[in-house]
Write a protein that binds this ligand. Structure first.
Ligand code: 5AD
Ligand code: SF4
Length: 451
């Protein structure tokens, strides 16, 4: 299907939330470009603005409303083939609110959900031709969006979804309601896409899913995630990563691949959410603090240098000072290179939203602040271990702070800054692997010089 209406038009995709959303945005950009529309960086230059939304916490929700409302004040560029700018909202808020959004935001033209990215061009086309708003939200996907073209952020790195949806129903989390039940792609599809990327020069592949460890359960229990790791490694990819892992489903076979599988990088994001068994149970996480510690011990046994990162929710309803101390001590004991800390955000429709809570906000904020201090102190300590060592980095571009510096990632996923060697340009270095001597380690990055 071709749509003439996109000739000479421009679009901009604004993305909120997780990597799955960022990846969906790459598919949207790929699709619209294939229909002749041109990507631009700013709303000012865009004839169409597509918001890929997130509702995992309230803050992202309110931000969307503000941003869409403020579009009214930005005039359409001169030379636009349209009479007014088209505004589309997709992703998790689109899925959750559907038509209701057009009441709250009357100048919306298109609402779509998480299961029908592929419908966006036809919905935009109808909005242009017929006027009025177009809403399409489906209950489940009929196919994987991975069959759509992509416009990847970096030519040398690719996200590769292996599952979509989630079956875990953690009691605080809205994701299973807006992303639907877990569906796995076939191993053949995954490997074919990975091989295409490798053949096109992609250096790093990140396998994506809400819980990659339960991959394959809907395919009669086989193949399993470990088979995906082995098969993608065999494509010859330089660097392999995956996210996210639920601790209850992390198997010994997957753990054993760290430090053994050539391409698998020594870094793992393993969200623990809380260190208190009482809270973990109320969260419906289905593991204990002890089990989590055992996983970490096994990981460090096979890969002593592995860099761990995690997610923590502070202030889950009914969290006591003693529950929080359990979280604090676990974070201190394990030692993470990065911890994403969140204050609990009540999401209507989830079981946790029904749990009464009387903990004052300033108590929760104080716990959060204490935890952030600890996280920073531990990250700083761990990074010091890499000072005065040589590491290999994948160059991502120039540093945002200083264009004379290049920025790249170590196998452990630490950011490295180093001066761009004289005689080289950042364009030719981006996407290459370089050896760097680390001179100094800070909390969130390392700095050094190219060897
Ligand atoms: N409130 C706060 N944080 C949440 N997360 C998910 N749902 C909520 C919520 N209702 C966090 C979890 C998850 C991360 C992606 O977002 O820590 O791992
Ligand atoms: Fe949400 Fe839990 Fe699924 Fe992660 S595993 S997406 S936290 S329900």
């Amino acid at each position: 299907m071709m749509y003439q209406v996109f000739d000479n038009t421009t679009f901009c995709v604004k993305t909120f939330g997780c990597q799955m959303n960022k990846h969906d945005s790459e598919r949207i950009a790929g699709m619209l470009e294939s229909f002749g529309a041109l990507p631009v960086d700013t709303i000012e230059d865009a004839d169409m603005v597509i918001f890929m939304t997130c509702c995992v916490r309230e803050a992202a929700d309110t931000r969307l409303y503000g941003q869409v409302a403020s579009l009214k004040n930005i005039p359409l560029r001169s030379g636009s083939p349209f009479k007014k700018r088209l505004v589309a909202v997709g992703g998790c808020i689109g899925q959750r609110d559907g038509e209701k959004l057009t009441q709250a935001l009357p100048h919306l033209d298109v609402v779509f959900g998480t299961h029908n990215l592929a419908s966006l061009p036809s919905l935009l086309n109808s909005a242009i031709e017929k006027g009025g708003y177009q809403v399409e939200v489906l209950d489940a996907s009929t196919s994987f969006p991975t069959e759509l073209p992509t416009d990847r952020e970096h030519p040398w790195a690719a996200w590769l979804p292996i599952t979509i949806g989630c079956n875990n129903f953690c009691s605080y989390c809205i994701v299973p309601y807006v992303r639907g039940r877990e569906k796995s792609r076939t191993l053949e599809d995954i490997v074919a896409e990975a091989q295409r990327y490798v053949d096109a020069g992609v250096k790093e592949i990140t396998l994506l899913g809400q819980n990659v460890n339960s991959y394959g359960r809907d395919l009669y229990g086989s193949p399993r995630f470990v088979d995906v790791l082995d098969a993608v490694d065999a494509t010859g990819v330089e660097r392999l990563r995956f996210a996210t892992s639920h601790p209850k489903d992390l198997t010994d076979e997957v753990i054993e691949r760290f430090g053994k599988l050539r391409s698998l990088m020594p870094a793992l994001h393993l969200p623990v959410q809380s260190g208190s068994n009482r809270i973990l149970e109320k969260m419906n996480r289905k593991y204990t603090r002890e089990h989590y510690r055992e996983l970490v011990a096994k990981l460090r046994n096979v890969c002593p240098d592995i860099a761990l990162s995690t997610d923590i929710i502070v202030g889950f309803p009914g969290e006591t000072e003693s529950d929080f101390e359990d979280t604090y001590s676990l974070i201190d004991e394990i030692g993470y290179h990065q911890v994403f800390t969140f204050i609990y955000s009540k999401r209507e429709g989830t079981p946790a939203a029904l749990i009464p809570d009387t903990t004052p906000h300033d108590v929760i904020q104080a716990r959060f602040d204490r935890l952030v201090d600890l996280v920073q102190a531990r990250a700083y300590e761990l990074n010091q271990l890499d000072a005065n060592t040589d590491v290999e980095i994948l160059v991502e571009g120039s540093s945002k702070r200083d264009s004379k510096l290049l920025s790249g990632k170590t196998p452990k996923n630490q950011t490295v800054h180093a001066p761009i060697p004289t005689g080289s340009t950042i364009e030719e270095l981006s996407g290459t692997l370089l050896r760097v001597h680390i001179e100094e380690a800070k909390t969130w990055y390392l700095s050094g010089c190219v060897l």
